[in-house]
Design a protein around this ligand. Structure first.
Ligand code: HEC
Ligand code: HEC
Ligand code: HEC
Ligand code: HEC
Ligand code: HEC
Length: 216
């Protein structure tokens, strides 16, 4: 009499396959999930009081970033526009539109709109917009194709490794200063090379990854 029945091989194979499958599944869980956008909220669109579109206002109407984010060149923070910035136009156009009701209410009650933040760093990280702008790092390097976003979504992880990957080798991410605010800028034949721009802006990546640069 056989110790193993005729189907023992089959059962054994199924058992082995299941174990292998579980193993792969665990590997994915451990390695892939932490770097997936899902975990870092990459591509995340937070709910906003008004569905503001950069696509319409920047690419459509041609408004400059600094019209609304007035402090981006001079300070740590870019700044979020107050209601009256919207009202310079929307007291005349789309004055009765339902989706702009919260904007009118904000003006009437003199209470700022409560925009949900898309990008936030932990308090222990030091960041400054003005230095990046001054050294020719365009907004889209960090904020993605924002000029084409109907709703603002998060284009990067904001992980430390993301900051470092540029701080170790900034050259490919630089552009002429007058193109920093251009959301559709592309490198072309006339663009000075990354190394030329590094020299022009006096960028020294040797010390740019020191812990004290971002943790002060
Ligand atoms: C007409 C005003 C206006 C202009 C022009 C404008 N923005 Fe904005 N921006 C806003 C408003 C309002 C918000 C908040 C709502 C949102 O997140 O979409 C915002 C949010 C953002 C955010 C997300 C901030 C956060 O973390 O919550 C980024 C990044 C941004 N803008 C970049 C830009 C860039 C780059 C440009 C130029 C290419 C630009 N904006 C032009 C009004 C403007
Ligand atoms: C320079 C003038 C101007 C400013 C400043 C401005 N808007 Fe607009 N906005 C427009 C115009 C023009 C339209 C119509 C766009 C269209 O239909 O293509 C519009 C459309 C909109 C709409 C309708 C949906 C859409 O995107 O078409 C919303 C919502 C809106 N604006 C919100 C805002 C908010 C919030 C602010 C302030 C942060 C603001 N706007 C500042 C000119 C402006
Ligand atoms: C080197 C990457 C980088 C560049 C370049 C950059 N940003 Fe930011 N931006 C960030 C980070 C990181 C935050 C989150 C800051 C925080 O939480 O302290 C942020 C936040 C913002 C915010 C939210 C409000 C605020 O003041 O923090 C706005 C608006 C914004 N950026 C607009 C812009 C505009 C406009 C430009 C181009 C002129 C630009 N950014 C260029 C990385 C960048
Ligand atoms: C796309 C490229 C790029 C990214 C992404 C980037 N940086 Fe920078 N950063 C630069 C460049 C270029 C400089 C200017 C270096 C210089 O002046 O020599 C700089 C300078 C700085 C400085 C000032 C350094 C000093 O010596 O005073 C700080 C602080 C800083 N970055 C923080 C951050 C943080 C935090 C992040 C991530 C949230 C980040 N950066 C992401 C390119 C980048
Ligand atoms: C270019 C900016 C930058 C530099 C340089 C930098 N960090 Fe960070 N660090 C960040 C940012 C942004 C975060 C928050 C995002 C994250 O957790 O990845 C962070 C988070 C951390 C954390 C918390 C980690 C966690 O997972 O919660 C530690 C610890 C840390 N950094 C240590 C260091 C040390 C040590 C160095 C020097 C070898 C260093 N950092 C250099 C930007 C930087």
């Amino acid at each position: 009499m056989a110790i193993f029945g005729p189907r023992a091989n089959l059962f054994m194979n199924i058992a082995l396959l299941t174990t292998a499958g579980l193993f792969v599944f665990l590997l994915i869980l451990v390695w892939v999930v932490p770097v997936m956008g899902y975990n870092s909220q990459e591509r995340y669109i937070p709910p906003q009081p008004v569905p503001f579109s950069h696509k319409h206002h920047v690419s459509g109407l041609g408004l400059d970033c600094r019209y609304c984010h007035t402090t981006v060149e001079v300070s740590q923070n870019a700044g979020i526009p107050p209601t009256h910035t919207c009202m310079t136009c929307h007291s005349q156009i789309w004055t009765n539109a339902e989706i702009l009701a919260p904007v009118r209410q904000s003006l009437a009650e003199n209470k700022p709109l409560r925009w949900a933040r898309v990008y936030t760093l932990p308090d222990y990280v030091y960041f400054d917009h003005s230095i990046h702008i001054a050294k020719g790092v365009g907004c889209t390097e960090c904020h993605g194709p924002i000029g084409d976003m109907p709703l603002t979504w998060k284009a990067t992880t904001l992980y430390m490794s993301w900051c470092l990957s540029c701080h170790r080798d900034p050259a490919p991410h630089l552009r002429p200063r007058d193109q920093v605010f251009n959301p559709h800028w592309r490198r072309n034949g006339d663009t000075p090379s990354g190394d030329q721009l590094m020299a022009e802006y006096h960028i020294h990546p040797e010390t740019l990854s020191d812990c004290g640069v971002c943790h002060r």
